[in-house]
Design a protein around this ligand. Sequence first.
Ligand SMILES: Nc1ncnc2c1ncn2[C@@H]1O[C@H](COP(=O)(O)OP(=O)(O)OP(=O)(O)O)[C@@H](O)[C@H]1O
Length: 481
Amino acid sequence: MAPSETDSLKISWLRICERLKSEVGDVEYRMWIQRITLGPLDEDEIVLYLPERFLRDWVRAQYGQRLQSLWREESPLVQHVELRVDKKAQRAASADETPAPSEPTMPARSNISIMAKEDAAALERESSSPSHSTGGEVRNDLAVPLDRRFTFDNFVVGKPNEFAYACAGRVADHPASPGFNPLFLYGGVGLGKTHLMHAIGLKLISRGNISVAYMSAEKFMYRFIASMQSKSQMEFKEQLRSVDVLMIDDLQFLIGKNSTQEEFFHTFNALVDAGRQIIVSADKSPSDLSGLEDRLRTRLGCGMVADIHATTFELRISILEAKAKASGTPVPPKVLEYLAHKITTNVRELEGALNRLIAHADLVGRPVTLESTQDVLKDMLKAHERRVTIDEIQRKVAEHFNIRLTDMSSARRARAVARPRQIAMFLAKQLTSRSLPEIGRKFGNRDHTTVMHAVNRVSELMEQDPGLAESVELLRHMLES
Ligand SMILES: Nc1ncnc2c1ncn2[C@@H]1O[C@H](COP(=O)(O)OP(=O)(O)OP(=O)(O)O)[C@@H](O)[C@H]1O
């Protein structure tokens, strides 16, 4: 690189630092950005160094996009930003004239710094995978802003989530009431835990005069570690303990991070003792969160524990209807049913699929149809194809027709047994990729022609007998969801 290029990059970097400082504020700037060192330009990619892996991951998750766009604006030479770890980077940078990151502030032998290092190490072990960050904007204050879309009004209620919804509503109306503190919401990925937490926060704030802090457990940990490094633990503790409502999302992140758990435990006790509300979410119930300290698990389970169950077909349809209506783009009921049938685990993905369809329809100026849906979502739907096994099919069909499982492979020919067996063969052909001989083998070593006959016979009967067609469809539905 020519010297003039180096200088121009340094000047660009100084300007970017200034802009970031004004955007994120002094505290965040010192904590994260100032630790970055400018590296070389490699073709159109500028390299930036951070002295620790967890810092690199945090900066990448929180500022990666912004750094890239600022660089692009600043310099025509730079199109991409690469963040790397270089433990020597800090010292090298101070000798150079790039904006000097501060010297590491972690006191070498204090207990606190050792605790923070343990957690940082635990984090480092995990951080080769993408960050769990909520992606929220990091502001100068303690918490992450609430998402205005996540209101109670926008939350669709059905059997699987009605209890959690009711508990959330109760806490929003009467925070810190006996029996509801803490409120512990748990359930699988993308089922609405965060949505309900934000809804509580938004409702509380709308009534004014109450301070609410929401953050992911991951952010809690980063702030805790950062407070150690910048020797501002007292400030961190005071900020946390001054809120009326503290919400910590995805608590399972603290498993294995013992010092952060300890800090959270003390914060938890201080707040509950002071009559403040705590709301926590996790992917499992307190008793199943092995890896959390026992005393913390016990305290977490002391208030109200509410489970959000997996969605039902009916709930998925209601959610899709509500979201399609809100979008203003007409989506035929057939398409909604198709999606609800295919994407069964996660509301986030369901929503993502619908948004993709709507965006596509708007872009090409054509209505959403079943054909366009299958085409636009091809890759997504493929990933969701559920692998049904022949064993599962036999079990479900036997249960449904109240026959013994062994009759699936027995030689009995009575119609009460033979017909369900044929239906099971039909479903095995429809729902698995097994060949006719393979299916035959699973049904008591029957010949492939027997399976072929069963498949044809059931197809015929379904056309003639609506009752039987309904049974087969019901079984298929149960097996696929
Ligand atoms: N019942 C519901 N009604 C409307 N939208 C919902 C419902 N459940 C989930 N969603 C939407 O699905 C998306 C994912 O929900 P959310 O982020 O709250 O899930 P989560 O349970 O917190 O997931 P994770 O375990 O990944 O943190 C959000 O956009 C949310 O608005």
